[in-house]
Write a protein that binds this ligand. Sequence first.
Ligand code: YK8
Length: 177
Amino acid sequence: GRLYMNRVFRFSAEKMFELLFTDSYFSRRFMDARKITGATSSSWQRDASGSMKRSLNYTITITNPLVGKFSTATENQTLYKESREGHYYLVDSEVYTHDVPYHDYFYTLNRYCIIRNSKRKCRLRIYTDVKYKKQPWGFVKSFITKNSWSGLEDYFRHLEAELLEEEAELTQGSGDA
Ligand code: YK8
């Protein structure tokens, strides 16, 4: 896998969780910017193991010329019970892109880790892996992996830029920036 983000932001850990994992103004605006449309999400619900789950459905717009322009996608998120409100949040997100070539072979696992640094600071780490449900031919596999990395790289770079912008807005005028 790969580490796509590992940096400290001037938000509380709670705030970071709210921005990324609730139906926040920030997440809606980010989806608009990525041309992710028709999003529906369930609310967080506790499962038998004590962790919380929710799922999202949406249509993504793809810029990769090898692939059709749109694909529906499902994202299944798990907030692990080891998480501690305000201190530590561990979320695994499995993303299935239903309409891309070889979609029945792979999905993407994004692991988000939010760690409290101080009252108004947290660290966000995002680790990503391309997972295979069945083994494709070697060349197909490297093709899928390569195209996934480039799409993910672009996505997380944009997310980082938007989070930095949000940070600038929030710290402005708070007197301790
Ligand atoms: C989520 C991973 C792969 C996929 C794409 C597929 C290439 C197909 C390979 C062929 C288009 C928002 C990606 C990047 C689409 C976007 C997905 C996003 C960014 C050529 C063999 C959508 C996070 C996420 C996870 C997986 C990404 C897809 O929040 O290359």
